[in-house]
Design a protein around this ligand. Structure first.
Ligand SMILES: Cc1cc2nc3c(=O)[nH]c(=O)nc-3n(C[C@H](O)[C@H](O)[C@H](O)COP(=O)(O)OP(=O)(O)OC[C@H]3O[C@@H](n4cnc5c(N)ncnc54)[C@H](O)[C@@H]3O)c2cc1C
Length: 360
């Protein structure tokens, strides 16, 4: 660290096999902006009943590949004698004193950033969905992607009883795109035919038969989306990132939030404090909780609601909301753009269940 302290990063992964792709809206908070490999100013939301395009030239949507991020981090650390990255080492416990570990590390501060912990059942009055997805890097035999515009959400019609599902397309070249199928599932388990859905989507949207494309990579994930506070563990080390339940409950976005939290944790340690948990402001938490409940209870209405929101609200305002920078007036404009009844019901149910839980 700058103050003469040292940092060791202990990582179970060996080598550079992380094929993940992260995206975020530019807010000036990125720790390694040089790792960005593609940016877009325009995004579209599509349903079977219409589509809308929005843009915000001041806050582009940026893409970072995990291996570029890692390489950028290594370049920054090159020659820094106070920092050490230890690859291929599995941490089996943190500050636990039972049993002799293979190698013991001692440090005045330990930050646990081992990714999401297994979520238990949520308490009454809270909601949990799981953003489950598979993304495939698709190389086509003909140039057909419009690489000026991403598809943020392309909703097929939802069958009764189905969870919210949509396709997400990041076109990096006219013949190369990351095409993802995402489901806001009620359960983290159970088969979802993501790959077959992607193939069908390529045919439906671009008329691509299976001999016209190849797969250059694949990534998958399951991001908890919940308004339940993260479980408090007995561990004396601070949790960071997904381990601390940092993903935004209504969207699953976490990348920028993690970097802001990482910077805050470094500052806290530097001044001798223990890094603390990061919480959104109250009105963001309330709006997210109501939206999450709506997504769980009315998946069939989600396509029209997203389309209406992105259509009626200026792109810059949507981005302010999605990046936790919206003013009270912004939030009111957003609320006014949404259908009232269904959200009012979700708000009343959230309040009633939470008050009921307190009274128990
Ligand atoms: C495929 C995918 C795509 C995503 N895309 C986006 C996106 O576009 N935008 C966005 O905002 N969010 C996205 N997310 C959500 C979130 O931003 C990422 O999951 C992000 O990488 C979380 O960072 P993290 O540091 O908490 O965990 P991770 O990045 O998962 O890092 C945890 C690290 O800990 C290591 N580890 C785990 N256990 C041990 C152990 N026992 N010992 C030692 N090391 C260990 C792992 O190898 C890993 O390197 C995505 C998530 C996934 C899975």
């Amino acid at each position: 660290m700058d103050d003469g302290g040292s940092v060791a990063v202990i990582e179970s992964r060996r080598g550079d096999r992380d094929g993940r792709t992260w995206c975020y809206w530019e807010t000036g908070d990125a720790l390694l902006p040089e790792a960005v490999s593609k940016s877009w100013n325009r995004w579209e939301v599509r349903t079977t009943r219409g589509a809308t395009v929005a843009c915000d030239v001041d806050h582009p949507y940026r893409m970072v590949r995990a291996h570029d991020y890692r390489a950028a981090a290594r370049r920054r650390l090159d020659g820094a004698t106070s920092s050490l990255i230890v690859d291929g080492t599995l941490v089996v416990g943190t500050l636990e004193r039972t049993g002799p570990p293979a190698v013991a590390w001692r440090a005045p501060h330990v930050v646990d950033a081992r990714g999401p912990a297994l979520a238990g059942p949520v308490p009454p009055g809270r909601v949990a969905l799981y953003q489950r997805f598979v993304g495939r890097w698709i190389r086509t035999t003909r140039a057909l992607f419009d690489d000026s515009t991403i598809t943020l959400m392309d909703f097929p019609d939802v069958e009764p009883g189905q969870d919210v599902r949509f396709f997400y397309v990041l076109p990096v070249a006219p013949d190369l795109a990351l095409v993802e199928c995402t489901v806001f599932a009620r359960s983290p388990a159970g088969d979802i035919p993501f790959r077959a859905e992607i193939s069908a989507y390529l045919m439906r949207r671009w008329g691509l038969s299976s001999d016209e494309w190849t797969i250059e990579g694949e990534e998958a994930g399951c991001i908890p989306m919940t308004d339940a506070p993260p479980a408090v563990t007995a561990s004396r080390c601070a949790a960071l990132g997904m381990r601390a339940g940092i993903a935004r409950s209504s969207t699953g976005y976490a990348f920028t939030r993690i970097q802001i939290a990482a910077r805050a944790a470094a500052t806290a340690i530097r001044v001798g404090d223990q890094p603390g948990a990061v919480r959104d402001r109250l009105r963001t938490r309330v709006l997210d909780a109501v939206f999450l409940r709506f997504l769980r209870d009315h998946p069939e209405a989600a396509p029209a609601v997203f389309l209406r929101m992105f259509d009626r609200v200026p792109g810059s305002l949507t981005v302010r909301f999605l990046t936790e920078r919206s003013s009270l007036l912004d939030d009111l404009r957003l609320i006014l753009a949404l259908p009232k009844q269904v959200f009012l019901v979700a708000a009343v149910r959230t309040a009633r269940e939470r008050v009921g839980a307190l009274a128990r």
